[in-house]
Design a protein around this ligand. Sequence first.
Ligand code: HEM
Length: 468
Amino acid sequence: IRQLVKQRRPRGFPPGPTPLPIIGNILSLQGTERDEEYSNPNIFSLDLGGVSTVILNGYDAIKECLYHQSEVFADRPSLPLFQKMTKMGGLLNCKYGQSWIEHNKLAVNCFRYFGSGQRMFEKISEECLFFLDAIDQHQGKPFNPKHLVTNAVSNITNLIIFGQRFTYDDSDFQHMIEIFSENVELAASGWAFLYNAFPWMEYVPFGKHQKLFRNANEVYDFLLQIIKRFSQDRVPQSPQHYIDAYLDEMEQSATDKATSFSQDNLIFSVGELIIAGTETTTNCLRWAMLYITLYPRIQEKVQMEIDCILNGRPSALEDKQGMPYVEAVLHEVLRLCNVVPLGIFRATSQDAVVRGYTIPKGTMVITNLYSVHFDEKYWSNPSIFWPERFLGCNGKFVRHEAFLPFSIGKRHCLGEQLARLEMFLFFTTLLQRFHLQFPEGFIPSLSPKLGMTLQPRPYSICAIRRQQ
Ligand code: HEM
């Protein structure tokens, strides 16, 4: 039987542990017992409930595939769950081809046009003030910042997509975000793997997969409703936000049978942009707040730099370059906290050869970004929070090659520049006004809540107004 099961791997495929019947090596995803028994421990394979998957570990293997064979590794896997959710359309989960090219181009242009430069900087600064005022209302008493950070961060994406922010008490919008992030969690759960192995489970009326479908339907209904609301006053060919620009594309290509612009794909892309922008940046900021509250000396140094450069005035676009310590702290949070630890599942768009192994077209590929940031070839003492690793001896910021929180290659994160700007502004304005400390007797946990994204376990902090 062992021999038979082993033969499920295609010829020349990277080796891996023997799969168990039905569930394959799903359990190995949590363990670490792979490695040394293979000649190439950085490329190996697992059977995830019947889905042959290649795992890429460490910076060299990931760069070799995602960067040097960018197009070959640019696809997304056609898993039953993804097919059911977005029909492999939209943007983030879209198959690599004409449809992705069209949707990526439109989104990149919109992010450049509506989401960068001085105008966006001012918009984020405005949102920072709403954020600080909402924190002020807690008057230094303990509160869990998750809710406020989520609202503030999602509003930046909302400005690009809808041209408007939502108030922090908009319960409909918040409910949508909540069930959407619940789905991100469910999509990485055992139920999702089971569904991918046995798509007929769709007809089993109980189970978490049904919750996933119900949530998705509710989210898509809500998105359709607000898309309609925000496009009511639209002037064709004069786009004010992403929805307008998308509808222009839809109209222009209305007679083109091959076009990928459609109402369904509009809803899917809007949903993906909202969740991809919110979950990640929110979690990063929550980790950043947690770490600097835990390390008061680091918080003090951050505040010294902010006070020295800003001297009480609001941040300007040029200040980002002048604050190497803030940059170092935010980079160290991105490295150590690994908010997207396994990237977003990739697939091969054509047959591939890597280090002598053959990987057939359509194979699922998991990029272990976590392993890049703990790769001892590139980082010393990688498990220690040490912002200074990003500073040269002259105190200037130093880039590191093996730093891939936004991934690389064709499908790398589209919101990287925006996320960096948001993190910088929210972080500096927060620490300019407040000193953060834990409520007395509170011992924070640094172990993450596991899922497709890594987030801190809920914690409370006190934000005490600083004297300046
Ligand atoms: C993709 C990380 C913020 C939109 C990704 C990927 C990662 C990532 C690892 C996977 C790329 C791959 O397939 O290899 C992050 C982190 C963020 C962040 C760490 C914040 C700290 C944002 C923001 C937006 C965004 C603010 C937009 C509002 C996207 C989209 C994709 C993506 C659309 C899919 C790209 C594609 O499939 O072509 N991100 N992201 N992300 N991200 Fe981000």
